[in-house]
Write a protein that binds this ligand. Structure first.
Ligand code: VG1
Ligand code: CO
Length: 553
């Protein structure tokens, strides 16, 4: 690898930051801002300096570094390598061209005993010059940094006056190999291999391969983002699916202008393919950084909350989970479908706030094996992140054992457990003040709602969700407004912590119908009364001027 650094450009320098940045507060999943904001002089450097001054074990430690390939990825890797060398890391593990999915990064942190990892991604947000960029920090367990650490990093950003960096430029990472920058070793690895090996350890890939070779055509959409190389290696090279199974499989800096968010709105090409009668039996897509998944069958869409419940109910069909699950967890807004399965299996089910970081302690202390969120995120104890391709393989493993259609599997599940009709309505990019007013107005109404009737039922709980971590007893208040009804229905209101334009209001709706009821309604119809009630209670359309949500899941 042709990297030669002269003594001159290896000099460690201190760069002054004229005034500290005050807008570097990490949200639900790292620091996420517009690409242009990240290009402001010293902006990225300042946040990385705060991380390196706060993360335990930096001196002589190992760091994992990569990203989803969006615009700014390569330049950020160059800056972070020079800053890592200036801060005394002994080793950085990065990947060819810096392409690294979030779950693969989590795995690398764990197998290399790294002190942490930096993933350059704004996940499902669009990329390119007009899009977003982001920095996610993961801790030594491989999971998103806990709030205590990100709070400390944020305070540090407020009084930074300089950062430490080496002058060396143009570091070449376009092939595997090793080189030194000053005293620090840089290992450039393939990035995909270790992840594929991990999947080998979890699944019976031969059985999935057999399914794919026997008249079971699948389509996978990488949305021009990070999972392309992983999916091609996995589905086409290893499992023998035909070439072309992986669509949009080359990571592009602007994701080809699309929004790398695997839902019915932003992955509409794939959705149409499956829902409008093509020959495909199964379809899936992942987001920008590869931690989310969307599952489709011929003519049907699997709601992520149902997906979590179905994976849990069928986990014995996967070699790695054959001997049973320690427990399961879901984020608070996720539907209670998985709770019913956990009850049936006699295992614990935990309810955490939104964001993967809250599953970390439960996974580390072996209280849960599988966990998930309504936002297309599912994962297990194999890493400390949600894992898109793992979820796709999990589905294919179940189908390879049961030899039925996705629609049949869904019906079978509802016939056993009943159906938790569920939908999330997102009102994106609304004026921040309007969004906050809607939220605080409903919050102030909550105490007066208890015992009031709503949708032929009455309100039993109306509060702002507060979470006490069962492992370290830390308390995280203010995690979303809950209105719970006596018939098990739920309405949740949250403000997004990942958007970058204005504010995004999320409304989550759930209604349970037992297995003797009507199990095959359109969710929007089944939830109609709840949808209308919350709109009139929260005055959403009236205050936003929007007559429909931007995205309905
Ligand atoms: C959203 C989802 C949340 C998820 C987070 C990060 O957060 O709702 O469930 O954990 O994105 O996902 P919010 O605050 O916008 O609702 V990802 O794929 O960015 O790592
Ligand atoms: Co993501």
């Amino acid at each position: 690898m042709s990297n030669s650094f002269s003594k001159d450009n290896l000099e460690k320098i201190f760069v002054n930051i004229p005034t500290p940045f005050t807008d570097q507060k990490p949200g639900t999943s790292g620091l996420r801002k517009s690409t242009q904001q990240f290009q402001t002089p010293h902006y990225l450097e300042s946040f990385i300096e705060a991380i390196f001054q706060t993360l335990p074990g930096v001196h002589n430690g190992t760091l994992v570094l990569g990203g989803d390939g969006r615009y700014g990825n390569r330049k950020a890797i160059d800056v972070i390598l020079r800053m890592a060398a200036a801060h005394g890391f002994s080793k950085v593990i990065t990947t060819v061209d810096g392409i690294l999915s979030t779950p693969a990064a989590s795995h690398l942190i764990r197998i290399h005993d790294a002190v942490g990892g930096i993933i350059l991604s704004a996940s499902h947000n669009s990329g390119g010059l007009e899009g977003d960029f982001g920095v996610k920090l993961n801790s030594s367990n491989g999971g998103p940094a806990p709030e205590s650490l990100t709070d400390e990093i944020y305070s540090k950003t407020l009084d930074l006056s300089k950062y430490r960096i080496l002058k060396a430029q143009n570091i070449n990472i376009n092939q595997p190999g090793s080189f030194n920058i000053s005293q620090m070793l840089v290992n450039v690895i393939d990035g995909v291999e270790d992840y594929i090996e991990l999947m080998h350890d979890i699944f019976d890939l031969d059985k999935i391969s057999l399914l794919l070779k026997q008249d079971f055509p699948i389509a996978f959409d990488a949305l021009n983002a990070v999972t392309g190389p992983y999916a091609k290696r996995l589905f086409e090279d290893l499992l023998g699916a035909p070439l072309g199974t992986v669509r949009n499989g080359i990571p592009l800096e602007d994701f080809g202008g699309c929004h790398p968010d695997p839902n019915l709105t932003y992955a509409s090409q794939l959705a149409e393919l499956l829902l409008k009668g093509s020959s495909y039996c199964f379809g899936a897509a992942c987001d920008g950084d590869g931690d989310r998944n969307m599952i489709l069958g011929k003519g049907c869409f699997v709601n992520p909350s149902d997906s979590l419940a179905i994976l849990t109910a069928n986990s014995h069909l996967v070699p790695a989970y054959k001997s049973g699950l320690a427990g399961v967890a879901r984020s608070m807004p996720t539907s209670s479908a998985v709770d019913l399965v956990a009850k049936g299996l006699g295992i614990s089910c935990y309810e955490t706030p939104t964001g993967w970081k809250f599953f970390g302690n439960l996974l580390d202390s072996s209280q849960i094996t599988i966990c998930g969120e309504e936002s297309f995120g599912t994962g297990s104890h194999h890493v400390r992140e949600k894992d898109g391709l793992w979820a796709v393989l999990f589905w294919l493993q179940i189908l390879s054992e049961k030899r039925c259609s996705v629609a049949d599997l869904l019906s079978e599940h509802w016939n056993k457990y009943g159906r938790n009709y569920y939908s999330r309505h997102d009102y994106e990019s609304i004026d921040s003040e309007i969004a906050h007013n809607i939220y605080t107005r409903v919050e102030s109404m909550l105490p007066s709602l208890i015992n009031k009737s709503l949708c032929k039922s009455f309100i039993t709980v109306a509060d702002n969700f507060s979470y006490t971590d069962p492992v370290d007893n830390s308390v995280t208040p203010g995690q979303g407004l809950r209105i719970l009804l006596s018939d098990g229905s739920r309405i949740i209101l949250r403000l997004s912590g990942t958007g970058t334009k204005g504010a995004t209001l999320r409304v989550y709706l759930e209604r349970y119908v037992s297995n003797t009821g009507n199990l095959h309604q359109d969710p929007q119809v089944a939830l109609k009364d709840l949808i209308q009630s919350i709109d009139s209670l929260a005055e959403i359309s009236q205050r936003t001027g929007m007559n429909a949500p931007t995205v309905i899941t």
